[in-house]
Design a protein around this ligand. Structure first.
Ligand code: B12
Ligand code: SF4
Length: 537
């Protein structure tokens, strides 16, 4: 029987595409496991017997059940798990952690079913909370938590997120007024992740043509940049910290030998946060002679332009399979507005250099920033086409802007009439591609529809995206049929008379019905509704 239990809820649509290792919960479990506590990690995405797993793990010594959630549809599933837990074990406290709870701690803790919230890094605090509950100690001195008192009042040991003035050059600081638990600076002081808590073979992170086994890895936290739409500076107080190259390479070696992993997805916010460490990791990976491939979503175009020719060759020799690069906009004014701190020319330059290597590139862009004009939005579509013309190995995905709590653009959005969701249930709809259906944005309904059309067609306009649909016959077929229309829309920037998303909903509804008839398992229509709009395509 477990001392504490951690539950990874469904994420929703994204689970249709890939199931990534639950890095956040593994990190939370690492310290208590290293101290000898019995910790269970139940991943709802990979078990078909969730309630039985829960019953099997809970015992008289179970003092705490923790869940994670990012803003959006995952909240719905986390709430459902919370309800299930409370219905079966009303006396066991439930603690929420992760990105959403960190951004909106008091509101999350005020939900009738939530007892505790951990703000920020949970590696140390969750275990401390468990020990406090086990020993019946006072919680008043425990930094990093927000909790409900016996009378139901919410008590916060962390401050409120506040934005310190944005200067002319776009720089700003995010403050927590009373200070939460400090971000952990020395990541090497943390124990190894307890992979033994997972069924490692149940995960499917990354689709490769040759079916290589893949795993996620987070080798650092935070990012030193200050893009005004991004949650990273809020979550990490703008501080980058990384595991040493030795620790990273030891883990790669472990995954390679013990689990047969041949593809690693470094999902850091900014993988090359220390250039020295970055080069050391590449040198270490080189010894696998490309028998192990890697991808990262945390790299910038201007980082690449600063590499020497030898370092470019090293990048390839180290097994670099693909890179995901945030471009954000194809308009110079907007790039400055979002404080991206790089130029379109740097992006062009690194794109041309990438074209010389067999490295796939996914560019991500955002449209609909506060105050962005329609012409500026179309510049982004044109820039996507330009990058794709210059580099046959790349493709671009374009997402509609969504305000994230604590960022400068979030405060702008509030000034422009955006109404903050007031309950956890309301936050469920705060997903980048559905929030404007429920909450008022600043764009007109016509422009909002155009943003939806650009987002949808971006998944289909370039053949290179197709390989990401590789796992599903239905998605592959849809891709082939719709690709010519999407390509035409991108080429001509014609996003009028957009009805394709309704066709998609119909198709997914048929798929949902067929699947529920076969499985007799009704998970809710919305689980499938957005399948083709998954961000991680
Ligand atoms: C993997 C990942 C996903 C996965 C799912 C992750 C999950 N939680 O289930 C998938 C692919 C599904 C996904 C989807 C999306 N994601 Co995402 N994703 C990530 C990513 C790359 C890594 C997360 C991770 O493992 N980090 C490493 C671990 C160690 O950190 P952590 O999870 O934060 O956990 C620590 C603390 O938060 C805390 N903690 C976490 N859980 C718990 C639980 C308890 C009980 C406790 C006590 C503590 C605790 O302790 C951990 C250790 O310190 C992050 C970026 C990043 N580098 O972190 C973005 C990130 C979380 N995603 C983000 C976004 C914007 C999205 C999307 C909206 C993207 C899009 N355009 O569609 C969608 C939304 C999905 C949804 N609404 O449900 C934002 C968060 C925005 C927000 N407000 O929530 C992030 C931060 C990226 C960014 N910088 O903008 N994502
Ligand atoms: S560079 Fe990327 S991770 Fe860093 S602040 Fe900008 S968008 Fe966020």
């Amino acid at each position: 029987m477990a001392d504490m239990i951690l539950v990874q809820p469904y994420t929703g649509t994204w689970d249709e595409m890939s199931i990534r290792h639950p890095e956040g919960l593994l990190a939370v479990a690492a310290v208590p496991v290293s101290k000898g506590y019995d910790v269970r990690l139940i991943d709802q995405r990979v078990t078909s017997t969730f309630e039985a797993d829960l019953d099997e793990a809970v015992g008289p010594e179970t003092k705490l059940i923790g869940l994670t959630a990012i803003t959006g549809q995952q909240i719905k599933y986390a709430l459902k798990v919370t309800q299930q837990v409370k219905a079966r074990y009303p006396d066991i406290p439930v603690c929420w952690g992760g990105v959403h709870a960190t951004l909106v701690p008091e509101q999350t803790a005020s939900h009738p079913l939530v007892d505790f919230v951990v703000v920020g890094d949970g590696d140390l605090v969750f275990c401390e909370l468990y020990e406090h509950l086990r020993d019946g100690s006072s919680l008043e001195d425990l930094r990093g938590i927000v909790y409900k008192e016996k009378d139901g009042a919410v008590h916060s040991n962390v401050g409120k997120v506040e934005l310190k003035t944005v200067t002319d050059d776009g720089s700003y600081m995010v403050l927590r007024k009373n200070g939460s638990a400090d971000v952990i600076r020395d990541l090497d002081s943390l124990p190894e992740l307890p992979y033994q808590l997972l069924e490692m073979d149940s995960y499917n992170v990354f689709f490769t043509e040759d079916g290589r086994k893949s795993a996620t890895m987070n080798t650092s936290r935070g990012c030193p940049f200050r893009c005004k739409f991004c949650s990273d500076p809020v979550l990490n107080e703008g501080k980058w910290r990384g595991f040493s190259a030795e620790r990273v390479l030891e883990k790669v070696d472990y995954l390679y030998h013990e689990h047969g992993i041949r593809m690693i997805y470094f999902q850091d916010d900014y993988f090359p946060g220390s250039k020295r460490r970055f080069i050391e990791v590449l040198e270490g990976l080189k010894k696998y002679k490309r028998d192990i491939g890697w991808c990262t979503l945390g790299i910038r175009a201007d980082t690449l332009t600063k590499l020497s020719d030898e370092q470019w060759d090293l990048l390839y020799a180290s097994g670099c399979h693909s890179l995901e690069i945030g471009i954000e906009s194809g308009n110079e004014r907007v790039i400055k507005l979002v404080n991206k701190a790089e130029t379109l020319d740097e992006m062009r330059q690194s794109n041309l250099k990438l074209a010389e290597y067999d490295i796939k590139v996914k560019y991500t862009m955002i449209v609909g920033f506060p105050g962005e004009t329609e012409d500026e939005i179309m510049d982004t579509v044109k820039f996507a086409m330009e990058l794709e013309r210059d580099n046959p190995n790349c493709y671009s995905l374009v997402f509609p802007f969504m305000p994230i709590v604590g960022t400068p653009f979030y405060f702008d959005a509030l000034d422009m009439g955006f109404k903050n969701p007031e309950t956890l249930e309301e936050w469920e709809s705060m997903d980048f591609d559905m929030w404007t259906k429920k909450y008022r944005g600043w764009a007109s309904p016509e422009l909002t529809r155009k943003l939806e059309a650009i987002n949808f067609t971006s998944y289909f306009h370039n053949k290179n995206v197709g390989y990401k649909f590789g796992g599903s016959v239905l998605l592959r077929t849809c891709f082939r049929l719709y690709h010519p229309i999407a390509k035409w829309r991108f080429k001509t920037q014609n996003f009028n008379f957009f009805i394709e998303d309704h066709l998609k909903d119909g198709l997914l509804y048929i798929k949902y019905l067929a699947r529920s008839l076969v499985n007799r398992k009704m998970m809710g229509f919305d689980y499938f509704q957005k399948s083709l709009n998954a961000s991680e395509v």
